[in-house]
Design a protein around this ligand. Sequence first.
Ligand code: ZN
Length: 202
Amino acid sequence: MHELGFKNTTAFINPFVINSLPCTVFVGEDGVTLSDDRGLNFGVALLSPLVAGTGVHMRLENRKFKLYLASEYQNQLTEIATKREQEKRETIERLEQLRKSNLMFNQALNLPFQWKIDIKVRMSGLSENSWGDGQSRSTVYHIRVMEQFTEGRLKRNIGDFLCGKDHSKHQGYTDGYDLDHDKVSCAACLKIAARFNHKGDK
Ligand SMILES: [Zn+2]
């Protein structure tokens, strides 16, 4: 954004001017003086004249007056808003992609019994390391067995994790959490799950 050069035309700054900043002021008939729509003279004059009536954005930056073409300033605001919108859309898309790939990963485990993703709930409450919904960033996602099954010497009951019995505080089900967007990350669960996955290959 191009900064407009100016000089002060008054020895002291009108406090009303300070109070009105940031604001848009307009170039006077002489092409250099600036006043607002109420006619308040802002006590500055442009070094290079502009067409009378041109809008100038005036603000304080580090206690110093800064002047920009109002149209340029507005364009920059629009650009920033557009960029934020774009970033927001990209984040949503990225999360949606992640959710899809996690879902595919989970489905590819191809387990022959009902299950869902679940976590061991520690009653640690919220901390700076949590997502804000009670899950920690280091949370391990297990396979929660939802249907009793026996596979050789491996036997699991409803509510068990595939890697073993859930001894955590909230045994059984962590209701209220939508873990659909996460993927199984427990190494022990995945190791056991791999047995089932490879069975079909033979
Ligand atoms: Zn596990």
